[in-house]
Design a binder for this molecule. Structure first.
Ligand code: TXA
Ligand code: MG
Length: 298
């Protein structure tokens, strides 16, 4: 599919999966109720879970932008940073789940930027996976998970983890979701951040869940953990982890999907160092591990 075709479908109120630098999003223009309902239906997402809005560059279209937000936008947009801000009344309730806030970001992938530029309307685009599953980082992932949905193929996503979310709706900025823009970078621009008190709906402890149970350990314990599981008769896949955190993050969801095809009883991997991008990698690994555990162990 071409950019022009994607723009035509979206403008007509249809839903199209779009590449961003983080993960693929399931896009629909925010002012077409049928597009928004279709996004919820395709994802199997509970109503009331708000959707991220993507803009070409102007957050004012959907949000009230204060000086803190302005500073972040100048330094870090376009890029993998979502801001939680007071909404404008023009944003439909169906998009914000009826909240008085809106999550907004300006994505960096050149294809979604072309789409946004040509459409000249903000797009709601949650990750293009079914509710609770691993986010897609390649066009093939979307085609497997949401068959029949048109996909604009932009290749593998460079970042591979969902955007960092910063909550600027309160007096103290809060980190709602770790991502490629790390805490250190944000604190240099904003001062100290708190963890988000009210975790975003959808930011469930068990999320990003593979079907195969995921086992996490420290790098030093990986081989003994794998040996013990194998000795117990389990088929164990080891998910390789490199020393380059960016490459690890970009490959993470693709690896999880490939290993999660019924060949194994367990997927084992080591946690990343708890700094920079490692914080976001470990956050997703822990959610995936919880989501894959039997219900009584979550
Ligand atoms: O990188 C990303 O952010 C990707 C790409 C496609 O842009 N999108 C993404 O969307 O991860 P989604 O819907 O899977 O995650 C958005 C998170 C959800 O946990 C949602 O609950 C939260 O943002 N969120 C959105 N609007 C919100 C609001 N008004 N208040 C609180 N949380 C909100
Ligand atoms: Mg998601």
């Amino acid at each position: 599919m071409s950019v022009e075709e994607a723009v035509r479908l979206l403008g007509g109120g249809e839903v199209v999966a779009l590449p961003t630098e983080t993960v693929y999003g399931l896009g629909g223009v925010i002012d077409r109720p049928e597009a928004i309902s279709r996004i919820y239906a395709l994802k199997g997402r509970p109503h009331g879970h708000p959707l991220i809005v993507h803009v070409y560059d102007d957050a004012e279209q959907v949000a009230v932008v204060d000086s803190r937000a302005r500073g972040l936008i100048e330094q870090l947009w376009p890029g993998p940073l979502t801001l939680l801000l007071p909404r404008r009344a023009s944003v439909p309730d169906a998009v914000t789940g009826g909240r008085d806030t809106v999550a907004v970001r300006s994505p960096a992938h050149p294809l979604i930027r072309l789409v946004l530029q040509k459409l000249q309307r903000p797009l709601a685009a949650p990750s293009a996976n079914r509710f609770g599953r691993v986010s897609p980082t390649r066009a093939e992932h979307v085609a497997e998970e949401l068959p029949g949905v048109p996909v604009l193929d932009g290749g593998p996503c460079a970042v591979g983890l969902e955007s960092t979310i910063v909550d600027l709706t309160g007096e103290t900025p809060a980190l709602s979701r770790p991502g490629a823009i790390d805490r250190e970078t944000l604190e240099r621009l904003l001062g100290p951040l708190t963890e988000s008190l009210a975790a975003a709906p959808g930011m469930l402890k068990a999320h990003y869940a593979p079907q195969t149970r995921l086992i996490l350990c420290s790098p030093l314990d990986l081989s003994s953990t794998v040996a013990a599981l194998r000795a117990a008769g389990l088929r164990v896949a080891v998910m390789p982890r490199g020393t380059d955190l960016q490459a690890d993050a970009a490959a993470l969801y693709d690896q999880l999907r490939r290993l999660d095809d019924g060949r194994f009883d367990r997927i084992a991997t080591a946690l990343a160092p708890e700094r920079g991008l490692g914080v976001a990698i470990n956050d997703r690994l822990r959610r995936a591990a919880r989501g894959s555990a039997p219900p009584e162990q979550r």
